[in-house]
Each structure stands twice: as C-alpha cells, then as structure tokens.
Design a protein around this ligand. Sequence first.
Ligand code: FES
Length: 128
Amino acid sequence: MTSDDLYREAILDYYKHPRHKGHLDSPDIQYHDHNPFCGDEITVELKVEDGVVIDAAFDGHGCAISQATASMLMEEIIGKSLEDLKALDKEFILEMLGIEIGPVRLKCALLPLKVLKAGAYGLEEWPE
Ligand code: FES
C-alpha cells in the first residue's frame, strides 16, 4: 500500500466517521458558507477563550473531501489562537490531507478553510 493509499483511507474514514461533527453549546463564533459550484455546505462553530480555540465543531453536507477536510481541520485547530487561524493557508490544508489533488477537488478542500477563516476574522458575509 502506498502512502497515498493510506492518506486516501484516512480521508474516507474521516468522511464516514467524522470527528467534531455537530454543534457546540453557545459557540462564540459561527460561520456558514457553501461552494457555489456544487451547493455543498459547511458550518463551523468555535468556542474561544482568551483568543484561543478551546472547542470546535462543523456541520454540513457534501463530498468526501470537503467533509473530511472540515473534520480534520477541527481537530487541528483546537488550542490554536484566532491569529493562528487567520494565517492558515492552502499549503497547510494540502499537508494535512497528504495527497495531490486537482483544481476541482482543491475547491472542495479549501471550503472548510474559507469558512473557518471568515469566522476567525469575524465576518458576517464573505466579501464579493
Ligand atoms: Fe462540492 Fe466537493 S463537490 S465541495
């Protein structure tokens, strides 16, 4: 089995058994958005104390990549500051996923990051 297969398996496992899926009691930050090309949706909720994420959850529906990435991302960000979240980028997501992905799938993988960062910046709506 190649390391690519292992990463693919991990992604499928997160898709089928998502961690941190659901809602938090009175989250400090909540943001929701969708991918306009397919309609897939992600909501991110964060509990924040002294500028640091102490709990995180996502909800949504869509393809394996978008949902698994959201789940993995929630695990990664607990303990990070809002400033850390603002600095997360595409490379971070690709490294987390561990596989090469094409441009269409990249949009799927970046949807959770877009939602998370909008939340960290305190946006009400993504600027057009
Ligand atoms: Fe919609 Fe992946 S196909 S986010």
